[in-house]
Each structure stands twice: as C-alpha cells, then as structure tokens.
Design a protein around this ligand. Structure first.
Ligand SMILES: Nc1ncnc2c1ncn2[C@@H]1O[C@H](COP(=O)(O)OP(=O)(O)OP(=O)(O)O)[C@@H](O)[C@H]1O
Ligand SMILES: [Mg+2]
Length: 401
C-alpha cells in the first residue's frame, strides 16, 4: 500500500511537491533567458534536508519542457574532482543527446572509442585521453581539453535545443577546492550555451577570498529554507492526499505545522506516521495523537543517534560501512573486494584489495558495528549488527535521487 508522505527520498513528482513558487519563478526566468541567447548560472543554497534535490528534480522537468538538454550529476566524496566531474558531464550529455538523436547511444560511442574507430561521430578529447591512459588516478585534464569538448557539444546540439543545463547536486563538495570552482567558472564564462545550476549547503560559496570573489558573481543565488507561509506548509500536508478519500483533522494539521517549524522534511516525517496510524485504525480523518508522536520521536532519536555514531567514525570506516551495505546483508572479504573492483573500479588485484580490507573488518568488529553472521567452509561472513544502522546507512544519511 502506498503512503504518499516520503521523508526518505527527494521528491520527483510534482503532485507531492509543495510551494517554492518564488524560487521556481526566479530559476525559470534564467531558463527562459536561453531563448534570447543569454546564459546565467544559479546556485541553490540551503541547509541539509531542506529540499534542494527535490527542487532540482522539479527544475529538471521545467527545463525539459523548455527544450533544454538537461543533465544532473550528483557529487560525493569520491567524484568531486575535475576529471570525474567532467567525465560524468560528458557521459550524461551524450546519453541525453542520444534521446534527441544527436549522438550515438553512450554504449555505442564507448565501443567506437575503445575499438579506435576512425571516423568517430563527435571528436571529443576527454574520453580519448581517458582511454589512452592505463592508470587514471593522477591524470590531469587540461583546460583546452574541456573547452574543446564543451564547445563541440554545443556546436552539435544548438541546432535542436536552446541550451544545455548542467545541474550539480551536493556541490558544496567542490568548495573544498576553490581553485576547482574557479576553473569551472573560467571555462563556462567564455563559452555559450550552458546554464549551470549548482545546489549545495551554504558553505559552498562561503570563505571566497578576494582572489576567488568572481565565483560569487558567477551565480544568481537562490536560498531555500523552511516554507515561508503557513499556507505553503498546509499545501505540503494536504497536496499528497488530495486525490484520496481521506483528510487531515484541522487541529492536527496546525499542530504539525507548529512542531515541524514548517521544515518540509519534518512535515513529511510526521505526516507519514500520522497517515500510517489512521490507515491502521481504518479511519479517514488523519489525526496527530500520542501514538503518532511517539513513533516520530523514536524515529528522530534513532536517526540522531546513528548520525552521531556514524559521523564520529573515520572517513575510511564510513566508506567501508557504506560499501558493506551496498554489497548486501551478509558480506565477507572476497565479496566486498569483488564489489570494489567492479563498482568502484579499483584497479588492484582482488587479493590485494581483500588484504587491505582485513584491518577494517577487525576494527569494526571491535567497535561492535559488524558481527559474524555465518561460516561457509573457510569463508566467514559478517553483518551489520544493528539493522537500524543498516537502514540509516542505506537511506538516512543522504537521500538518493
Ligand atoms: N517542496 C517540497 N514539498 C514537499 N516536501 C518536500 C519539499 N521539498 C522537500 N520535501 C521533503 O523533504 C525531504 C528532503 O528533501 P531533499 O532530499 O530534496 O532535501 P535536500 O536539501 O536535498 O537534503 P540533503 O541536504 O540531505 O541532500 C524530502 O524527502 C521530502 O519529504
Ligand atoms: Mg539533496
């Protein structure tokens, strides 16, 4: 059965998306400017869980309707560097462009490259360089390479679309390296056709010194926070159930607005449990009773505890747990090593990866985060001890797109 209040994943569906009218208006204005050949950039700034990714999802829909080729990339600890960022951008532009019949499918383009086909359809430089190198770790990408590729894309697509929108989620991760932000600015400042929409926590543009201040001017800034008006919070509560034969009790709705302080995440969290309780009772008026509040409190407490615990771990340990959860509920050294080799493109031999993991298995056993699960022959499998921690790692820390 469906519960229309999702506090875990960012919103994709306009039917569940409330308000942000002013923010959307501002951003849509920038998108409309592309028709006249003017390309501005936007930085969406907001604290965690305030609705940045959801807003990006809705903007992407609006951009699609405006005949703009739109790609979204999501940064994380491992890919927030120049090479990875542009690899993702190029791959996505080719994939999106192939839907317009502008490029071959990424897969086909890929095999043209690997097989060294003579007459390649778009003469991009980055993929070529990338494939000609065996070890990619310390590869440097030159400015001209990227400029060439971005120009080639625009030359090719501008006959069909009015612009290329590149959305970058979690872009505060670029802020650690202001020089990288500056390179991106310098690149897109000189070429036409691109609208960058960066979204991240406010520290993304904090601490820009005199040297980097042009970065600040490069973006039209849009700040998002809790819903501004009571009506907007009401919309967030009532919109998801508008096509159902069920309603919120007026007082309960007011309580939710009060308790949530109009933060969208909190609204969805509380409404989720209120909806669930009313369904269980078979009632068609949703109320905020003691039971609901208790479920919510427990949930919030758990999340806080796990956040505190998780944040206190070393970065490598966090990575380890995240990979562990990606592999499955029962994991041994070999299965984790195989996952790293395949998914994270670790160039080392399985045996070498496996050995490098031993220390983390031991350490996290000692911290009682993982425990032995089962033994099959000589292979010992482990699981995350607390299933709630597993849930937290899977869904709780950074919602997936
Ligand atoms: N406009 C909106 N209308 C209704 N609910 C929303 C809206 N924006 C966000 N939410 C709720 O808030 C939650 C968090 O939203 P989202 O993941 O987009 O935030 P975020 O700022 O990207 O968070 P993070 O910083 O952790 O990436 C969503 O799961 C959804 O429940
Ligand atoms: Mg987000």
């Amino acid at each position: 059965m469906e519960n229309p209040y999702d506090y875990i994943k960012p919103i994709k569906d306009e039917k569940r998306f409330a308000d942000r009218k002013n923010e959307l208006k501002e951003i849509e204005y920038v998108l409309d400017l592309t028709k006249g050949g003017t390309y501005f950039n936007v930085a969406i700034l907001g604290e965690r869980r305030v609705g940045k990714t959801s807003l990006l999802n809705i903007i992407a829909k609006g951009a699609g309707k405006r005949n703009l080729l739109t790609v979204m990339i999501k940064l994380d600890e491992n890919n927030a560097n120049l090479l990875e960022v542009f690899k993702m951008i190029e791959e996505r532009i080719i994939s999106e462009g192939s839907k317009y019949g502008l490029f071959p499918k990424w897969k086909d383009y890929f095999s043209q490259l690997i097989n060294g086909v003579e007459k390649i359809e778009i003469p991009l430089l980055l993929p070529k360089i990338y494939f000609s190198k065996k070890s990619r770790g310390d590869m440097d990408v030159s400015y001209t390479t990227l400029e060439n590729d971005m120009e080639k894309f625009w030359e090719k697509v501008n006959k069909k679309v009015d612009g290329i929108v590149i959305m970058v989620d979690e872009s505060q991760l670029l802020a650690r390296d202001k020089a990288l932000l500056q390179r991106i600015r310098n690149l897109f400042e000189t070429i036409d056709g691109y609208v960058l929409i960066f979204s991240g926590t406010p520290d993304m543009l904090e601490g820009l010194s005199e040297v980097f201040s042009p970065i600040d001017r490069f973006f039209v800034k849009v700040y998002i926070g809790p819903f501004k008006n009571k009506e907007d919070a009401e919309e967030a509560i009532s919109k998801p159930i508008s096509n159902m034969d069920i309603k919120f009790d007026k007082d309960s709705m007011n309580r939710i607005i009060e308790i949530s302080r109009r933060y969208p995440y909190e609204i969805n969290l509380i409404s989720h449990f209120a909806f669930r309780t009313s369904q269980e009772k078979g009632e068609n008026v949703i109320k905020l009773d003691q039971n609901v509040l208790e479920s919510v409190t427990i949930q919030v407490q758990k999340m806080k505890e796990y956040k505190g615990m998780f944040d206190s771990l070393a970065e490598k340990e966090k990575d380890f747990i995240t990979w562990f959860v990606e592999v499955g509920s029962s994991v041994d050294r070999t299965s984790l090593a195989e996952h790293l080799k395949e998914d994270k493109e670790d160039a080392r031999e399985i045996k070498e990866i496996r050995n490098s993991l031993t220390m983390y298995f031991k350490r996290l056993m000692r911290k009682r985060i993982i425990e032995k699960d089962k033994t099959e022959g000589r292979r010992v499998f482990y699981k995350i001890k607390d299933p709630w921690l597993e849930l937290y790692v899977r869904y709780g820390q950074k919602p997936e797109v």
